[in-house]
Design a protein around this ligand. Structure first.
Ligand code: MN
Length: 247
């Protein structure tokens, strides 16, 4: 498959996103990041089954929105690609998805304490973060992994119109309108969870961002140069070149 310029650009961002999120510990041996195909919205781009720290452009493959491979048999895919497939199918405006098992977030998936944005850099996660429990639809004997498109669709329904959904005893899925935005959200959801846990440990009732503050922060263009300079910082930290060259 010969990729056009826009697709090559998204693949470059996707490779950088894998390295950045692995470097930050948001992804480890497991977890993944994907982007909707820029010239075919019925497909998305995601690595073959490989740890994010190691992903290169040649690892990126196309997958349909039911989780089947565009080129069947071409590679060994991630078992949980259905998380991405079902979210892209349900939410046409979503251009990128991260699935992570970050430790800081999981307590909010197994307790009644809701995860909410308390940190100004975390407004894009939205005021409400639903929790999906695979037991509700699939019983108490699953392996907790999203291994079928039906399970992916159930997760996407729980996500609803939100930006992030927690997965009970497992992790979270975050969505963005660009690869840049989903990297930022995936970096700050665990930090926000860490800060909220620390505030809860102080025994007080932590103050969350108001709906108006979330709206005002969300009005900042995520693709403005002042925002996108973060690529340069993240890539320097991860020891990789900035996708598309210097900003
Ligand atoms: Mn997982």
């Amino acid at each position: 498959v010969i990729a056009d310029g826009r697709t090559r650009s998204v693949i470059g961002e996707l490779v950088a996103a894998n390295r950045i999120l692995a470097n930050a510990g948001v992804l480890d041996a497991f977890g993944h990041v994907s982007a909707r195909h820029p010239s075919d919205p019925t497909r998305f781009l995601i690595s073959r089954s490989r740890s994010p720290e190691l992903v290169e452009a040649a690892d990126i493959h196309e997958v349909h929105l039911d989780g089947t491979l565009a080129e069947p048999g071409s590679h060994h895919p991630y078992i949980e690609r259905f998380i991405h497939a079902a979210i892209y199918a349900a939410r046409p405006e979503i251009a990128a998805v991260v699935h992570s098992h970050a430790d800081e977030v999981v307590p909010f998936s197994i307790s009644r304490e809701p995860l909410r944005p308390v940190l100004h850099t975390s407004a894009a996660m939205g005021a409400t973060v639903p929790v999906w429990d695979i037991r509700d639809g699939f019983g108490s004997e699953t392996n907790l992994l999203v291994t079928t498109i039906e399970q992916g669709r159930d997760l996407a329904r729980r996500l609803g119109a939100a930006r992030v959904v927690l997965m009970r005893g497992h992790g979270f899925a975050a969505t963005g309108r660009s690869v840049f935005e989903v990297v930022k959200i995936a970096l700050y959801v665990p930090r926000n969870a860490h800060i909220l846990s620390a505030a809860l440990a102080l025994g007080d009732d932590p103050v969350a961002l108001s709906d108006g503050e979330i709206r005002a922060l969300s009005a900042i263009d995520p693709d403005a140069p002042s925002s996108r300079r973060a690529w340069e910082y993240w890539c320097a930290k991860a020891g990789i070149a900035v996708p598309g060259g210097a900003t």
